[in-house]
Design a protein around this ligand. Structure first.
Ligand code: HT7
Ligand code: ZN
Length: 876
């Protein structure tokens, strides 16, 4: 297959000025007329042809300046339209007419239908499925869009920018025209037409302009859009306050659709969302759903400046908009909620998604230099590690200088397509710091491992910290240069106080940040009155693995005294990991696991500590996940042993802490009406965690069943159902509860997705049969990405013991599903396949089965580019 490389980047030979699109909508015969004005780029060859992108297009007419183009002047190559003999200096207009069948578009890229609603998805390369065009992010044009559709089925007709006209159009039809004054790349184009309800509000910007806010949803679902509207207004306000960014059109629209390949899309002025990330009320949405909606609404809105006003020069620069915008949405959520708890959930996510990616066959730099299929690079490395890299710039420069750098970025690049180099240069210019070595974070893949040792010299009152960094080899990058790793730190004295930092030799330390820049480096701190405990990588200031063996006493010191709450959580986590790995070792030798009572005591002390916020306590009690444990073990993993080890530890903690958990279960309950705010959510999280431990301690489904019956919100209801289904899968209580849940939410597919996901994550080898039989249920729909992700995706990504079961049947099942889904929706299929990215970490027999499943996919003759790319890389 074709490989696209950054080194081959070349500007277009022609410059697009404006584009005028007319859509005559019909499910099977939509006519699209695209009139584009171009002129030859100064300096481009005078005989260079115009080469436009296309994908599966049926072109019915082609005009140059209104006159049909002779057959010998152009060629359709399958992926391109090549036009010769175009003017050297004057502008010219190309008119392309294409015919589309949106009802048959199952890939959900380009123009498609979702539940009777016409909608588009153009990022990354969907616009070329609508018309021949410069479908690349550096070709910015001004768009005017005319939509003609049936009045009855499409009362609502939307596109980017402002509506400039609407009127009747012949029998039973009408048209609407939209004009977007902001030049934009084709990937930000959007169109929606259908019969939708709307929720309306307004926002007054910091300069006093009134912006109309509209959220379109299916009729009857309007009340469930209220939270999204509130989140939108908070996002608009926050971006003004924190980044000084004001919205720039008279109207901002969001449309919720039920068939969508990703979470949402930031089309200029017309964001299109997966309805999962818009619709919420206490009865149907969990606290996690509310938090996700808030984050994704903010993320897409923030793209208006980081992505839309300043876009990417090419898709290699994807992290320029995605990493930065994730950083911005993380900061927003941290300001809206508890910063420490938000950071803990982010790091948990980073470690469970991005770290395995960076450690496996799909590892790639945050700014890749080659791809076969760009859709496969919307990864957690580009998004989440990209955000961490931005966070590190802020850490190195400090808050104020970082803000100056952002201001310069907005000023210098507004209205343009930029690169990572442009972005970094803004921070170099404001700080006068050389960020050359730091930029390796964009270019070198792999999670750095920093090994730490410390020494205290009581006579000299000196404390030395020796650090050594290794960046592991990754595909295509065998050798790595040392990184600039900013490590927030503190020295905790035996009395729990923080040591004052007086002098340091051996490297650069700015305030509370230690800058590791060499392969190995020793920092020596002077005037340290007693042996301190080093608290390192506070706030997870750098996305690294740390190898630093602290004693249980030292970790407990951090867990109890660190002024950084994140570091306290990290210490508890570090205490838990050896308990789990020890248990795995014992189990694999046939012994019963045993646990260190000091660890259990430290954890229970945190659980009972009323000075700590409930959400933090819930996070501490959540323990490292099975995937964290698998990563810690590294190679030769046995998911069954990992599962049993974790359950045994939960059981031991539940038994020892029974009283504490019973007390928490009582005191964290509330009779007040449901509120989705972070503090209320934290109490629910702690109470539900207590329920899990009590259920372990008592080995009895009664309390979970009672909680299920009494629950007045989806968080409590779905948690109780999870406890029942996971721990008592064969009990009558569970069967009744599952049935009651499904009956109650019949007709609400987003809630039934929870029902699918809970059953798909039932641990152990029986889960596969459950998943297979659920696929036969009339509630399942293999054509809808949310259903597929809820059942098959959750099984493959989140049920390690069920999916990687010893006989390889889970992998074989996934291979068949990937092959089947690939015929309809390659993006969805290739994403599902990435669930096997850590297959080489499994014990040899399971790894062999995984390899066979991958080989089966790879040997299929009719694969999409998307799936072939992933399968090949996984086998390399
Ligand atoms: N920028 C958006 C990416 C996206 C996307 C990419 C490929 C295929 C379908 C897609 N839908 C949305 C989402 C975002 O990061 O905001
Ligand atoms: Zn984004």
């Amino acid at each position: 297959g074709q490989v696209f490389t950054l080194a081959d980047y070349k500007p277009t030979d022609f410059i697009l000025e404006r584009i005028d699109l007319t859509f005559e909508l019909h499910p099977l015969e939509t006519k699209v007329t695209a009139r584009s004005l171009f002129h030859r780029r100064p300096g481009a060859a005078t005989d260079a042809p115009l080469i436009l992108d296309g994908d599966e297009l049926v072109m019915t007419s082609l005009l140059l300046d209104g006159i049909e183009l002779a057959r010998d002047r152009y060629e359709e190559t399958g992926r391109h339209l090549v036009i010769d003999g175009l003017p050297e200096e004057i502008a010219f207009e190309i008119t392309v007419e294409t015919m589309l069948a949106p009802a048959n578009n199952t890939q959900l890229m380009g123009l498609y239908r979702s539940n009777g609603v016409y909608c588009t998805q153009c990022e990354a390369e969907g616009f070329r499925r609508i018309t021949y065009a410069y479908d690349r992010p550096d070709a910015l044009g001004v768009y005017t869009v005319h939509i003609i559709a049936d009045k009855a089925t499409c009362p609502v007709m939307l596109s980017n920018g402002n509506c400039i006209g609407k009127a009747g159009y012949g029998e039973g039809k009408h048209f609407a025209s939209w004009f977007d004054p902001h030049p934009k790349p084709s990937y930000l184009f959007a169109l929606v037409a259908g019969d939708l309800g709307v929720v309306e509000d307004t926002f007054t910007t910091m300069s006093g302009r009134e912006v109309a806010l509209k959220i379109y949803v299916e009729h009857g679902k309007e009340p469930r859009a209220a939270y999204a509207m509130d989140a939108l207004k908070r996002s608009m306000h926050w971006d003004e306050e924190v980044f000084g960014r004001e919205y720039d059109l008279d109207i901002f629209m969001i449309v919720a659709v039920s068939d969508f390949n990703m979470g949402a899309m930031e089309n200029k002025g017309l964001n299109i969302f997966n309805d999962k990330y818009v619709l919420a009320d206490p009865e149907t949405a969990t606290d996690a759903d509310f938090a996700n909606i808030e984050a994704i609404i903010a993320h897409e809105y923030f793209h208006n400046w980081t992505g839309n006003r300043i876009t990417c020069r090419d898709w290699f620069q994807l992290c320029l908009k995605e990493g930065l915008t994730v950083y911005r949405d993380h900061e927003f959520s941290a300001d809206q909620r508890s910063r420490a708890v938000k950071r803990i959930t982010e790091v948990r996510h980073l470690k469970s998604e991005q770290f395995p990616e960076d450690a496996g066959p799909l590892a790639h730099p945050v700014r890749p230099t080659r791809y076969k299929e760009i859709n496969n690079f919307y990864t957690s490395t580009v998004y989440e590690k990209g955000s961490e890299v931005t966070r590190m710039i802020a850490t190195i420069l400090g808050r104020e200088t970082f803000k100056q750098g952002m201001d310069l970025y907005f000023e210098r690049h507004d209205g343009k397509a930029a690169t990572i180099e442009d972005f970094v240069k803004c921070f170099e210019d404001v700080s006068e710091r050389d960020l050359g070595q730091f930029s390796r974070w964009y270019h070198q893949a792999g999670t750095p491992l920093v090994s730490v040792s410390t020494e205290y010299d009581a006579d000299q009152q000196e404390f030395s910290v020796s650090l050594e960094q290794i960046v592991p080899p990754t595909p295509g990058q065998a050798r790595k240069e040392p990184m600039h790793i900013p490590l927030k730190f503190g020295l905790i004295l035996p009395n729990g106080n923080e040591a004052e930092l007086d002098g340091v030799t051996g490297g650069d330390v700015t305030e509370d940040v230690l800058h590791l820049t060499e392969r190995s480096q020793t920092f020596t701190f002077t005037n340290i009155p007693a042996r301190p405990v080093l608290s390192l990588n506070r706030g997870f200031s750098a996305p690294i693995n740390v190898d630093y063996t602290l004693t249980t006493e030292d970790l407990t010191q951090i867990a109890v005294h660190d002024r950084d709450l994140f570091a306290r959580w990290q210490a508890l986590n570090s205490l838990a990991l050896p308990e789990l790995t020890g248990a795995v070792k014992a189990l694999r030798k046939g012994d019963a696991p045993t646990f260190n009572p000091a660890f259990i005591a430290a954890l229970l002390a945190a659980a009972a500590d009323e000075d700590l916020e409930p959400a933090f306590r819930a996070q501490a009690l959540a323990l490292p996940s099975e995937s964290d444990l698998a990563r810690e073990i590294g190679a030769n993993n046995d998911p069954d042993a990992n599962l049993v080890a974790r359950l045994s530890l939960l059981n031991a903690i539940g038994l020892t802490g029974r009283k504490i958990f019973a007390n928490l279960f009582e005191t964290m309950s509330s009779s007040a009406p449901f509120k989705p705010d972070a503090a209320s959510a934290g109490k629910r999280a702690l109470r539900n965690t207590a329920l899990t431990y009590l259920s372990f301690a008592d080995n009895d489904p009664t309390l979970a069943r009672e909680t299920f019956d009494k629950a007045d919100n989806m968080t409590d209801l779905s948690h109780a159902l999870t406890v029942l289904a996971h721990h008592y899968p064969d009990s009558a209580e569970t069967a009744e509860a599952l049935e009651a849940f499904a009956k109650r939410f019949e007709g609400n597919p987003l809630v039934l997705d929870k029902w699918f996901a809970i059953q798909a994550t039932t641990p152990g080898p029986d889960a596969l049969d459950r998943v297979k039989s659920l696929m036969e249920s009339p509630r399942f729909n293999a054509g809808n990405p949310n259903r597929v992700r809820a059942l098959i995706g959750t099984f493959a990504f989140s049920n390690l013991s069920g999916f990687a079961r010893a006989d390889g049947a889970g992998f074989a099942f996934l291979a068949d599903q990937v092959l089947d889904i690939d015929t309809r929706n390659p993006q969805l299929a290739s994403r599902l396949l990435t669930s096997m990215r850590s297959w080489r970490m499994l014990e040899p027999q399971r790894a062999e089965y995984a390899k066979r499943a991958l080989a089966k996919i790879d040997s299929s003759a009719s694969l999409s580019v998307d799936v072939r790319d992933i399968a090949e890389r996984m086998l390399q």
